[in-house]
Design a protein around this ligand. Structure first.
Ligand code: NAD
Length: 254
């Protein structure tokens, strides 16, 4: 059995006294739920594809069958897994903060909906969600049933030529305006910022930690390995977030 990660006292103290905490999460937070990050090798029928090349409007335009199958597969994978102790610890931390009338914003790049499933309330989905889809032509919205579509690409019930796409933000697309505004508000008002399970290479989220730090917020990181934010952070925990977050939140809320 591995040893438990050390939780820096400075992190615990900063969180305990924070008036507005801003948390940014990435695919690493869901890794221990069994959902693969983009940088992990894919297995099975998807092994030969680069997910980065499937997550673009051009790929959807060129091959809607392939792209909608890939997202349908990801919805199916989500249905087979559940939030892990890291998601639950963040929901617990939010509850603790809000019970004390303090601000808490969770910015996520994840599209799996696991933070909400774990009970987080103030979640800003920067990259959208795979749980709802829309017609690429008329924008009619659909909630994914969780079961595979009958045919690919899935078609709109309202307009015969319309093809459905997930409500995610693809590379090259704009982030939802409301999400980006809420993110900027949180970064402008937080006194503590924590980046968790994100490689810090996808913009604009990769600049959030730097921006919060430049304004005077304490910056922390939890990741398996160092990232571009590590050198800027006041302290880092290099360990699985599903292990580190419950330990951290236990100490903050004790
Ligand atoms: N679950 C999801 O919703 C999901 C899954 C895959 C990719 N994505 C998308 O991937 C894009 C890439 O950005 P990203 O930074 O989120 O993901 P990423 O794949 O680029 O990076 C994942 C990061 O998590 C770290 N990590 C892996 N396992 C971890 C663990 N158990 N604990 C802590 N850290 C861990 C890795 O070291 C890496 O730095 C985003 O646009 C996001 O929307 C989302």
């Amino acid at each position: 059995m591995g040893s438990l990660p050390a939780i820096p006292d400075s992190m615990v103290e900063s969180l305990r006294s924070s008036e507005h905490l801003c948390v940014l999460t990435g695919a690493g937070v869901s890794a221990e739920s069994g959902l693969r990050t983009f940088r992990d090798a894919l297995t099975g029928m998807w092994a030969k594809y680069d997910p980065m090349s499937l997550a673009t409007p051009e790929a959807f335009e060129r091959d809607p069958d392939l792209v909608t199958r890939w997202y349908d597969f990801r919805v199916g994978e989500g249905g087979k897994h559940t939030p892990n102790p890291g998601h639950h610890a963040l929901a617990r931390l939010e509850e603790w903060m809000t019970a004390r009338d303090r601000g808490f914003t969770l910015l996520t790049q994840n599209v799996d909906g696991f933070h909400q499933d774990a009970g987080s309330r103030e979640v800003v989905e920067l990259h959208g969600t795979i749980r709802t889809w829309r017609c690429a032509r008329c924008s009619t919205g659909y909630t994914h049933s969780g079961r595979p579509f009958d045919a690919y690409p899935p078609r709109c019930e309202r307009c015969p030529d319309g093809v459905l796409r997930p409500n995610v933000v693809w590379f090259g697309e704009m982030l939802p305006e409301e999400a980006i505004e809420r993110a900027h508000d949180a970064i402008a008002s937080c006194d503590v910022f924590i980046s968790i399970g994100t490689s810090g290479v996808v913009q604009p989220a990769s600049s959030f930690g730097e921006a919060a730090g430049a304004r005077g917020a304490k910056v922390f990181e939890i990741n398996l390995e160092p990232t571009p934010l590590t050198a800027r952070a006041d302290a880092s925990i290099h360990a699985p977030s599903g292990l580190a977050l419950p330990l951290l939140v236990d100490r903050v809320t004790a």
